[in-house]
Design a protein around this ligand. Structure first.
Ligand SMILES: [Zn+2]
Length: 93
């Protein structure tokens, strides 16, 4: 579970209006700059507010769509099952 998938609590999303965007940010979705004056999204994990990130609106929307698609808990178990045939013996004292 990652930072944006509830790993740090619910993620609060704030809209930043173009006039509020005064700095250049790097969007974690596409690693491109968000230029000043660009309306965008700030995602703030409830339990880690210092890890908030600025996202392009389309990038955030895409991420949301992706996490929704992956919502089914399909944890791929790649671990090979233990072959402990020796422990199957009934241990009578
Ligand atoms: Zn982006």
């Amino acid at each position: 579970m990652g930072l944006w998938d509830g790993g740090y609590g619910a993620v609060e999303v704030r809209r930043i209006h173009p006039y509020e965007a005064t700095k250049t940010y790097v969007c974690p979705g596409c690693h491109q700059h968000i230029a000043p004056g660009t309306g965008h999204i700030v995602a703030v994990p409830a339990e880690a507010t210092d890890l908030r990130r600025h996202w392009h609106k389309p990038c955030w929307a895409q991420r949301e769509a992706m996490t929704k698609r992956q919502k089914a808990p399909s944890i791929t178990r790649t671990r090979t099952p233990r072959t402990d045939t020796t422990s199957k013996r009934t241990s009578t004292p």
